[in-house]
Write a protein that binds this ligand. Structure first.
Ligand code: 5GP
Length: 191
């Protein structure tokens, strides 16, 4: 049996990444990795579904125990990928998606060269700001911090294997699934 593909997806927040991955998940079986974070839960977020919510101390223990495949600090909080579930799903032949920011993605690329890195682009930075404002879960100050972080992140798209522009959802899902098929063929071709 082939091992699953490790797919890293990064997008500046507000790119509609969640919607895109949910739609893609209806057409392709993925295991979505649940990250650990020190950020406070947003309304509606559930422990073990959206994230594993940790204190800084608990998070640092996870790092020390080598329990994370990668981790990074983003806008003042730690985020990291628990290693064991990812390895288990891949060994079972399931494709795994990590929705992580760029510093973490670069760590994964180093550690797992066979991983496929996909960057989701917003149609424009203005669209991004509007989407964050519409979501209404962050203060104006945090939105501006996130837009700034996004602008820096956009420059990182060049380090990814593929980019997908999330303008029209159906087209973006087609593009995303196409990228995964292309990556699978590439991995098979290497064997
Ligand atoms: P949010 O606070 O909006 O849920 O996430 C903020 C950023 O952290 C997003 O870019 C998200 O993809 C990223 N992120 C979520 N989980 C992880 C993780 O496990 N590792 C890393 N490096 N970034 C993550």
């Amino acid at each position: 049996m082939d091992k699953g593909l490790l797919i890293v997806v990064s997008a500046p927040s507000g790119c509609g990444k969640g919607t895109l991955l949910e739609a893609a998940g209806k057409r392709h079986d993925f295991a979505l990795s649940v990250s650990a974070t020190t950020r406070a839960p947003r309304p509606g977020e559930q422990e073990g579904v959206s994230y594993y919510f940790k204190t800084r101390e608990q998070f640092e223990e996870l790092i020390a125990a080598d329990g994370l495949l990668e981790h990074a600090e983003y806008v003042g909080n730690y985020y990291g990928t628990p290693r064991e579930p990812v390895e288990r799903h891949l060994n079972e032949g399931r494709d795994v998606i990590l929705e992580i920011e760029v510093q973490g993605a670069m760590q994964v690329k180093k550690r797992c060269p066979e991983a496929v890195l996909v960057f989701i682009l917003p149609p424009s930075v203005e669209t991004l700001r509007h989407r964050l404002q519409k979501r209404g879960t962050e203060s104006a100050e945090v939105i501006e911090q996130r837009v700034k972080a996004a602008e820096t992140e956009l420059e990182m798209a060049r380090y990814y294997d593929y980019t997908v522009v999330n303008d029209d959802l159906d087209k973006a899902v087609d593009d995303f699934l196409g990228v995964i098929e292309a990556a699978r063929e590439k991995v098979r071709g290497r064997k």
